[in-house]
Write a protein that binds this ligand. Structure first.
Ligand code: GLU
Length: 307
């Protein structure tokens, strides 16, 4: 497939200078629903329009929340939709030693500490942020999580769609968990390490994850990893304003008619598909969208209503 931005030698030189590596990183907690598909399509098109790479990573580090076979079904759906990713799929379950190594580094440098507070105890205290109970505790009975220390500095970053986002971690989350009490790595740690490991330069994902970005940027600062650019997309919400998810009852997409499904995803992203493309296969729709759709359709939007 050729993309408008990589058709000339001049364009290629520019791309070499400004390398773009994007990714789609689903958690296999259920089948792909239209909300996650729209995110996948936007990140795919954004990467391809920049002449960049687009990777797929399966975030399978939370077995209690996962559904057997979901990872394969997600990949089958991407394949049916001709959302061709670059390179091999990375499974986070294959990266446990890298997460453990980083956790050891954080402890060794005094940047993280053991915490034996249970979630129910914290909930009972009504704490919105972690109050630092275990910050200076030397001995613990029972299982412990690992928390990373945060500071009181307000920091900001410029999200390419949502504008400037400010956060003071000390007030919003407090010291946050990087290894859970059950020994599993927390999402924050895994995502930061893997984005660096895969050389990701652009993170295009749902706005529901916007607030996690400050924690991710904090971890990168501590682990001396480069920051990617961020672009948080509006998410599809149901009539009760809830983001589509397994918890809110979203069902998997039907890949029986991939062209129609691709068109639906594009329409959610604000594309007005010409009638001549009715019935076209996904690859033709992506080609058209590469030339005619722009992420600008979504600027400043936080939600897209489910139809
Ligand atoms: N695995 C996360 C999810 O499915 C996405 C992580 C990310 O894009 O940073 O919600």
């Amino acid at each position: 497939m050729s993309w408008p931005n990589d058709s000339s030698a001049t364009a290629r030189t520019t791309i070499d200078k400004q390398r773009y590596v994007g990714r789609f990183a689903p958690s296999p907690t259920g089948p792909l629903h239209i909300g996650s598909l729209a995110t996948a399509v936007a990140s795919f098109l954004h990467a391809r329009q920049a002449g960049g790479e687009w990777l797929v990573r399966i975030e399978d580090i939370d077995p209690p929340r996962e559904e057997a076979g979901a990872a394969d079904r997600i990949l089958e759906a991407l394949e049916a939709l001709e959302l061709d990713w670059d390179g091999p799929v990375l499974y986070q379950s294959s990266r446990l030693s890298a997460y453990a190594e980083a956790a050891r580094k954080l402890i060794g440098a005094g940047l993280a500490y053991r915490c034996s507070c249970s979630r129910s105890r914290l909930r009972a205290k009504g704490a919105r942020r972690y109050p630092g109970t275990c910050r200076n505790r030397a001995a613990h009975a029972g299982p412990t999580a690992l928390r990373v220390r945060v500071d009181e500095v307000e920091r900001s970053f410029a999200d390419e769609l949502q504008g400037v986002v400010r956060n003071t971690l000390y007030e919003s989350t407090g010291d946050f968990v990087v290894v859970r009490r059950d020994g599993l790595p927390a999402y924050h740690l895994a995502v930061v390490l893997d984005d660096a490991f895969q050389g990701v330069t652009h993170i295009v994902r749902g706005i529901d994850l916007l607030d996690t970005t400050a924690a991710h940027r904090h971890l990168r600062r501590l682990l001396k990893l480069p920051n990617p650019r961020y672009l948080h997309l509006p998410v599809i919400v149901n009539s009760r304003n809830q983001k589509l998810s397994k918890q809110t009852g979203a069902t998997g997409v039907d890949i029986g008619a991939p062209g129609r499904l691709a068109a639906t995803a594009l329409e959610y992203l604000g594309a007005e598909i010409p009638v001549e493309l009715g019935g076209a296969p996904p690859v033709e729709l992506w080609q058209w969208a590469g030339e005619h759709w722009s992420i600008e359709h979504l600027r400043g939007m936080r939600a897209i209503r489910e139809r």
